[in-house]
Design a protein around this ligand. Structure first.
Ligand SMILES: CC(C)(COP(=O)(O)OP(=O)(O)OC[C@H]1O[C@@H](n2cnc3c(N)ncnc32)[C@H](O)[C@@H]1OP(=O)(O)O)[C@@H](O)C(=O)NCCC(=O)NCCS
Length: 143
């Protein structure tokens, strides 16, 4: 969860705009006990990426096809960790015969998801204050 908290705080500045209230609301449920309950839920599939034995990235897919977490630690972006985490989630989604992946992207992550084949799936939404999220989806076709 520390990876998620750091990633939001440091890398998503363009999203929270250093608005304290927004950041507090965004981080409110990003606590170790929340994470424990998420990974204990059999409907969730969680992947981490390590560098030199330390967790530097995390992804979480819900069985509905929604990617609910995809965060890389500050200083570890642009090394392919996000792409690899996404690939593991996608392979799992295919194993569940899901027709598509869905998510709500931060502004920060939009070019990343678009590079991975996601297409916009609706109007942006307000969250937690100044944060705007952008719905995307990616149809899946078995290879
Ligand atoms: C978005 C995020 C997950 C991407 O992870 P990453 O490990 O940096 O991405 P990768 O190195 O695997 O990049 C994969 C591809 O995405 C594209 N990409 C990634 N970041 C990009 C950027 N800022 N601008 C344009 N393209 C980008 C590139 O095409 C890249 O392909 P390449 O390596 O062949 O050039 C990471 O930057 C992050 O944690 N951001 C902050 C948290 C966040 O917003 N998470 C999303 C929540 S919905």
């Amino acid at each position: 969860m520390e990876v998620v908290r750091q990633s939001i705080t440091v890398l998503c500045e363009v999203d929270h705009q250093n608005d304290r209230a927004t950041l507090d609301r965004w981080l409110a449920n990003k606590r170790p006990e929340s994470f424990e309950s998420w990974i204990a839920n059999p409907e969730n599939f969680c992947v981490v990426a390590e560098s030199e034995g330390i967790v530097r990235g995390v992804g979480l897919l819900h069985g509905s096809g929604e990617i609910r977490l995809l965060y890389i630690s500050p200083g570890y972006q642009h090394r392919g960790l996000g792409r690899r985490i996404h690939s593991a989630l996608e392979i799992h989604a295919l194993s569940l015969d899901l027709p598509k992946l869905r998510l709500e992207s931060t502004r920060r992550a939009r070019p990343f998801y678009e590079a991975l084949g996601y297409i916009p799936a609706g109007a942006e939404k307000a969250h937690f204050g100044v944060l705007r999220v952008y719905p995307y989806e990616k149809p899946l076709s078995p290879k």
